[in-house]
Design a protein around this ligand. Structure first.
Ligand SMILES: [Zn+2]
Length: 337
């Protein structure tokens, strides 16, 4: 009889051990995206292999180096090593997370002042979307539009960019010459010239091949055709629009990724406080976008300083670049629906 009890106890222990192992396995598998940030994005390989050089009607001197594979990650390591799961997480699944990201478009001189603020807080979770076909361009019309001749819109020269202005930050595509991509719906070559060549130039400057873009002119009404052409002809897997969602929800389609609000929004700091104070019951994202010149227009550098201080000091907020966020969620959120 004792032998029977002992044998039963051994069998029960074995069954319990196997069941727990299975539960851990299930939830471990749902967490795999946490480790993906250290791996090169496979899309680079697909793109580099699929895109025939002769299809690009620009000078083809830019070497498409295999370094893209070696440097394929965004250069930013975040939470690559997942913390061990707690008992609650094993039962309920991974703990929801709060993410903050910010980005600036056009690659203009005010970005230097912005980067100075970021450096005060050791913050590098910003994506700069730049146009490498407009080096040094001075858009005087911006000052005129706002009747503020003191506000400039001057893009960095190639030399300035090569000197490492954006070192440590994420740099991504804003097209070569800032032209509307809708115009190329019947012209995939034009898409490649505007998007893929900008990506290649950025790779030459930064050593990292971009997978992200901000639609030029903040286009929110790009057609399904445009999105599809970008997806099929370039390395771009996420693209930000300019329509504020005023929400902390995650995007549902990476090629039409709308931000929470503009840096010009008078309520940015209110949203920031609300974000920090919110209970995190599901993954959340606070995504601010803008242009450096807008901080001149509104004299809002102090606001940016306060925003970055709040985000870097908040215990449960993880600061990421747009590319890092994409890498974390690319297996759960499609680029194209
Ligand atoms: Zn722009």
């Amino acid at each position: 009889m004792r032998k029977l009890i002992a044998l039963s106890l051994i069998i029960i222990s074995l069954l319990t051990f196997c069941a727990c192992g299975a539960v851990s396995e299930i939830y471990s598998s749902t967490l795999t995206y946490e480790g993906d940030t250290s791996e090169p994005a496979p899309e680079y390989d697909v793109y580099l292999n699929d895109l025939k050089r002769e299809d690009i009607d620009e000078d083809a001197e830019t070497p498409v180096s295999v370094q893209a594979e070696e440097n394929g990650d965004s250069g930013n390591e975040i939470d690559a090593e997942a913390a061990p799961l707690t008992d609650t997480e094993i039962v309920n699944g991974p703990k929801p997370r709060k993410f903050f990201t910010i980005c600036f478009d056009d690659g203009i001189t005010q970005d230097m002042k912005i980067i100075e603020i970021f450096k005060k807080y050791g913050f590098n979770s910003c994506t700069f979307f730049i146009n490498t076909g407009l080096y040094g361009a001075n858009w005087k019309q911006i000052g005129k539009v706002y009747n503020r001749p003191d506000v400039t819109h001057i893009r960095f020269t190639k030399k300035e960019l090569e000197s490492g202005i954006y070192n440590g930050f994420d740099v991504a595509v804003h097209t070569l010459t800032h032209k509307s991509l809708k115009a190329y719906d019947k012209n995939p070559k034009g898409i490649r010239r505007e998007v893929a060549n900008d990506a290649e130039n950025i790779f030459e400057i930064t050593g990292v091949y971009p997978v992200g873009m901000a639609w030029p002119g903040g286009e929110n009404d790009v057609t399904e055709t445009t999105k599809k052409l970008v997806y099929e002809n370039t390395s771009i897997r996420f693209a930000r629009g300019a329509e504020s969602t005023y929400s902390f929800e995650l995007p549902t389609e990476f090629l039409m990724w709308q931000p929470t609000c503009s840096v010009r929004d008078a309520e940015v700091l209110t949203y920031a406080r609300r974000f920090i104070e919110s209970d995190c019951t599901e993954n959340m994202l606070f995504f601010v976008w803008g242009h450096g010149y807008e901080l001149d227009l509104d004299d809002s550098y102090d606001m940016l300083d306060e925003l970055i201080q709040m985000m870097t000091e908040a215990d449960d907020v993880e600061c990421v670049t747009s590319t890092e966020f994409y890498q974390l969620f690319k297996d759960q959120i499609p680029s194209l629906k």
